[in-house]
Design a protein around this ligand. Structure first.
Ligand code: BES
Ligand code: ZN
Length: 456
């Protein structure tokens, strides 16, 4: 059977596949930091060249930000589009890495072999699972697995600012029957998963200003307002004692989980004690009347991602600072409009400002939650294919993280999207020492070969 030949080819060529991934991982394509602009372009070019070797008509397309990679190839009835992102998160704090984040290697660990390096799991390793599946397919069949468009973005980690205009300007070219996205994870290490809902994201940076210069905290402390005190008091009010977000109208439009999905999630028997235990925690800290999976997948949240001000250097300095800063993000669910919520949040902050203080807001990327329709026949086919590879039925799961494009396919191109990924919770994406399990890379490639065999 020809699928068996493709699977055997994948296994036989695994070392070369890993080496290609290591090459891509060496390019520090950090999208959020302008210092790495040319590296982002280099990563796009690397992918274009690699896709050309597979017979794709591939090009790097400029945008006001980092380029998009678009490639077309193959022939067939059904037109599949694959999406991944070649940009990666910043590496700081660098001193917590055990090696240079952009000098990747395969390592033996107590839990098996891993590919270590920034972007190994998020998302270069994952996007290469699809490309490697195409490569093995082509080697066996002499042609690509059907009519394919590959669409790779370089700004996902910075909120995909160029994506909507690019999708609108190139709608006819990008329109396909279904989008496949490889940027998510498995369920509890060994259960393959198809994500049916993802949370959206709203980012806000706030600066509270008080006195017009830094002051001596002995000379002025007591009489002068301290912006850090004001900021921390406001941020301390973000949640009530039950874990609910207190910003007025925050929960407007948020629906209860449909019974059918609640039952599916219950059947997953999520081990939240292990999930939290693996990161040194024990008690779910979200809304106390919600299950842990609801907290992670179907409820909106507010998180303080960074907070700074005053003196934080070596030693001690008795300063009463002129300003205080924080970065805050909200994970959103269906029914919440990011722009409306931004307004409510800003009004809520303003109302709490005492005399002599003012606040400035700087908005960061935002995108609504994504809800996938699982009606398309491709979902059943993919579920079966994943089950055959992993020896367990694939779970329909939620994803607490955000992938802006997931919802845009429906909105802008009227296409369904199917999210299948092979990451594990301990991959340390966005953190020091990011890794991708070699097993996930190999079985991820094999999974795509099986999915493609059912879809073409
Ligand atoms: N691959 C992640 C999304 C993800 C996170 C999937 C966790 C599965 C588990 C994606 O690259 C990501 O990190 N997205 C950002 C989006 C943001 C910067 C707009 C996120 O979720 O923070
Ligand atoms: Zn990602």
């Amino acid at each position: 059977m020809s699928l068996d030949k493709v699977l055997a080819k994948i296994d036989a060529d695994l070392d070369q596949s890993v080496n290609r991934l290591l090459d891509l991982l060496r390019i520090p394509s950090i999208s959020t930091d302008p210092a790495y602009k040319s590296d982002c372009a280099r990563a796009a070019d690397w992918l274009v060249e690699d896709l050309k070797t597979l017979g794709f008509d591939a090009s790097s397309r400029p945008t006001p930000g980092h380029p998009m990679v678009v490639a077309h190839g193959g022939t067939g009835e059904r037109h599949l589009l694959f999406y991944g992102h070649y940009d990666v998160q910043p590496v700081d704090p660098l001193d917590l890495w055990d090696r240079d984040p952009f000098d990747p290697e395969v390592q033996d660990t107590a839990k098996g072999r891993v590919i270590r390096g920034r972007g190994s799991a998020d998302d270069k390793g994952q996007l290469m699972t699809f490309i490697e599946a195409c490569r093995a397919w082509k080697a066996v069949h002499g042609s690509l697995p059907g009519k394919l468009t590959i669409f790779l973005e370089g700004e996902e980690e910075s909120g995909s600012p160029s994506l909507i205009p690019f999708m609108q300007d190139n709608a006819a070219e990008l329109k396909a029957d279904i989008a496949l996205i490889c940027d998510t994870g498995m369920f509890e290490d060994t259960t393959p998963a198809i994500v049916t809902m993802l949370r959206g994201l709203l980012g806000e940076e706030i600066t509270v200003y008080g006195p017009d210069k830094d002051l001596h905290s002995g000379m002025y402390g007591g009489a002068a307002i301290n912006p850090i005190r004001v900021l921390t008091k406001i941020l301390g009010n973000l949640h009530d004692e039950t874990g609910r977000v207190t910003v007025p109208h925050f929960y407007d439009g948020v629906q209860e989980l449909p019974d059918a999905i609640r039952a599916q999630w219950q059947a997953l028997a999520f081990d939240h004690a292990k999930f939290l235990g693996d990161v040194g925690l024990s008690v779910p800290a979200g809304e106390q009347d919600r299950t842990p999976l609801e907290m992670l997948w179907s409820r909106p949240t507010a998180e303080i991602n960074g907070i700074w001000g005053g003196y934080t250097g070596q030693g001690f300095k008795t300063v009463l600072p002129a300003e205080a800063h924080a970065k805050i993000s909200f994970r959103l669910v269906a029914g919440q409009d990011p722009d409306v919520l931004r307004g409510h949040f800003r009004a809520w902050v303003q109302e709490q400002l005492p005399a002599d203080c003012r606040v400035e807001f700087h908005g960061h990327g935002n995108g609504p939650a994504g809800v996938m329709s699982v009606e398309a026949p491709a979902f059943d086919a993919a579920r079966a294919a994943l089950g055959e590879e992993w020896g367990k039925p694939a779970a329909f799961v939620g994803c607490g993280g955000s992938i802006p494009i997931a919802g845009y396919f429906k909105t802008y191109l009227d296409m369904d999207a199917m999210l299948i990924g092979f990451g594990r919770d301990d991959d340390q994406i966005h953190s020091p020492n990011e890794k991708y399990d070699l097993e996930c890379f190999q079985k991820g490639i094999r999974s795509w070969a099986r999915v493609l065999a059912k879809l073409v």
